[in-house]
Write a protein that binds this ligand. Sequence first.
Ligand SMILES: Nc1ncnc2c1ncn2[C@@H]1O[C@H](COP(=O)(O)OP(=O)(O)OP(=O)(O)O)[C@@H](O)[C@H]1O
Ligand SMILES: [Mg+2]
Length: 221
Amino acid sequence: MPIITVFNSKGGSAKSTTIAVLADAFARQGASVSVIDTDRQRSIANWLADNPASSIRLVEEVASTRIHQVIRNEAAKSAWVFIDTAGFSTDMRTPVMSRADLVIVPMQASPEDARMASEAFALIRSDEETLNKPIPARILWARTVPNFPTRVEKQIQEQIAEGAVPTFSTHLHERSAFKAIFLEGQGLAQLDADRVTGLQKALDNADSLAAELAGYILSGA
Ligand SMILES: Nc1ncnc2c1ncn2[C@@H]1O[C@H](COP(=O)(O)OP(=O)(O)OP(=O)(O)O)[C@@H](O)[C@H]1O
Ligand SMILES: [Mg+2]
């Protein structure tokens, strides 16, 4: 079953949010989903801890010696396996990369993020050498404001496009609902539309992103 992870050494680059939004989207559509939290910060574990209504299976594993077995177990159980990773390089990186069908590199359109994302890709390329196999990786523009890219954002997005790095065409837009799920410990569909602005837009955004991801996985792209 597809194994999807996130990687970017930059703290706060939207890794855990990406994992939560995608896991939640596939679970909402009725798919079986496991999330493996390998980050000692436990963002995903905390998100799921107080939500017995969620069908998402949570496994916490911070030991690189056990991660292969944990991924194998979850891949046998669930239609989708998502792995959240820590915001820094650990001995967990290569084992997780070795099993990933896709590594998502979330980044914001800022010069600092561009530098860190290129470092992330350098580490992924180094893991490809170590493992002697290709590791599919794709940039995801995160926290963008729909329809209003700034000049700097446009410039950075153009630079990335010139580098021919695979990129999601769907962005993970800046939406308060993507914060609210962590605040409330709930999935998007459980949130109260009267209290969370733009909830439907966030649901549509999450579904588009999940559909684009499923398309890549099905086509082997
Ligand atoms: N699309 C979004 N809309 C609104 N807020 C967002 C979005 N993406 C991320 N955030 C917020 O940005 C902050 C950092 O996001 P997140 O925790 O997902 O990053 P991270 O890469 O997992 O961080 P770390 O490296 O610490 O694990 C959080 O407060 C999160 O709520
Ligand atoms: Mg995180």
